[in-house]
Write a protein that binds this ligand. Structure first.
Ligand code: SF4
Ligand code: SF4
Length: 193
């Protein structure tokens, strides 16, 4: 049964668009996604409740939830679903909508700031530039909270990370940046207001 064409937006006030393979209506609320989710206890809405809200057309509640930012993107929910509902993909789409509509949960400011800084980093470089990521992330948090001390938080870990070759002062850029631009353009078309 389908009550919505693939890729079509939900009927609520907040527009959320899903990739074609996601069919929210197929969910019959068995709860297997939530039972397997490693962070469901830290969520204000369990994964199956997020799906249910979308079925009911209450997308704004889902978009404003903390749950979508607690999600690790581990794909366990999608792998366990007996109806092949890509719950992890739903979480992705909701995060995207939250950023587009400026509705990301203030309670998850650190995760939101990190995600924005990470995406901007990949958009600019095609691959991760760790120093740039750290700079943008910290500047964003300081700008939003006024907490100057955040600039130096975890700075003491840098020598250990350097020693283990986990922190690179200079990073390479992707050779074919056009591909990266095309990926971002395709995603932004899907999340247009
Ligand atoms: S596992 Fe699938 S069918 Fe079951 S509640 Fe989660 S999304 Fe719905
Ligand atoms: S992808 Fe997100 S919602 Fe799904 S099981 Fe992993 S953490 Fe939970």
């Amino acid at each position: 049964m389908r009550n919505r064409a693939p890729g079509q937006e939900t009927p609520a006030s907040v527009r959320v668009r899903f990739p074609d393979h996601i069919h929210i209506v197929d969910c019959y609320q068995c709860g297997k996604c939530t039972a397997g989710c490693p962070v469901s206890q830290d969520m204000d809405l369990a994964p199956n409740q997020v799906i249910r809200l979308m079925q009911l057309g209450q997308s704004e509640k889902a978009v404003r939830s903390q749950a979508i930012w607690a999600c690790l993107g581990c794909q366990t929910c999608s792998a366990r679903c007996p109806k092949a509902v890509d719950c992890a993909g739903v979480m992705d789409a909701l995060r995207e909508a939250a950023l587009v509509h400026d509705m990301a949960s203030p309670a998850r400011l650190l995760v939101v700031s990190f995600q924005e800084a990470f995406l901007e980093n990949i958009r600019r470089n095609g691959r991760l530039n760790e120093m740039e990521l750290i700079g943008r992330f910290k500047a964003s948090v300081v700008f939003r909270t006024g907490r100057l001390s955040f600039l130096f938080k975890d700075a003491g870990l840098a020598p250990q990370l350097r020693k283990r070759k986990k922190l690179h002062l200079i990073s390479e850029k992707a050779r074919d940046r056009k591909i990266v631009e095309r990926i971002f353009a395709r995603c932004s078309n899907r999340s247009e207001r």
